[in-house]
Design a protein. Sequence first.
Length: 293
Amino acid sequence: MSYRDLQFDWLQCLVAVVDAGSLSGAAGEVHRSQSAVSMQLKKLEDAVGHRLLERDARKQHLTPEGETLLGYARRILELHAEAHDALNGDALTGQVRLGVPDDYAARYLTPVLKRFAPRHSAVEIELDCEQSTALIPRVASGDLDLALISRDHARRGTLLFHEPMVWVGSAQFELWRRDPLPIAVYESASLARRGAIHALAQQGRRYRVVYHSSSLAGQIAAVESGLAVAALTHCSVPPQLQVLGAEHGLGPLAPMEVAVYRSRASRGSKAVDSLQNLLMQTLRQSGGARVTA
């Protein structure tokens, strides 16, 4: 069986497509046209003798062979970056104290860290997962360097995208039929809580707060157990819960403004500069649409 070398550019395009979530997003990352990225992937598939990506109506999925190759591709790119830094003496070092709410961590932060870590393995990242209402004062005081937040006013941080808010319930219990409506909410300062209560007031829908928790896991548990319905970010809704709408007697919710917020104390840190730029580049391009890996 003939063997073909796996070209660095081909592997770079594969990783870029997975991380950016689309061919168009990857094109900007690798500084090629969309058609050129597609051609590089075709050459890679020809070289390995397998399909690596499958497309359905909404997004692209890695095949089992694609998942296997992706791990090797990331390692090759990581070693390439390490070699470059070692020879040029420009490796980033230091620490970044980063904050993110639970509901944004897996969907939005994970793809960014997958791209950051191989390039800057000497940077230590200290991650705190809390609600935005807790993260904002910590960034303002300099206790955190950087945070991905739902911003509380238009001048807070740099806007990246809008995250939809949705009502969720359990189909098993059909609590949306009750009057007053039993709801689960976050802490009193939470933007999600304020938005949910405002939407119900605008609708003239009677409600009763039966559960409150500052954690996403607590909100989901309350809905799953049949205690309440809740207002969650769309990215955090688990598949076992039902998104509710007008047909369930519930009106729309205002979206969250997702922003990156940086402390004044971190100015001058190249490590924080690099992670902030990558957050902005990645999440502004795709707004969270990802290839499933």
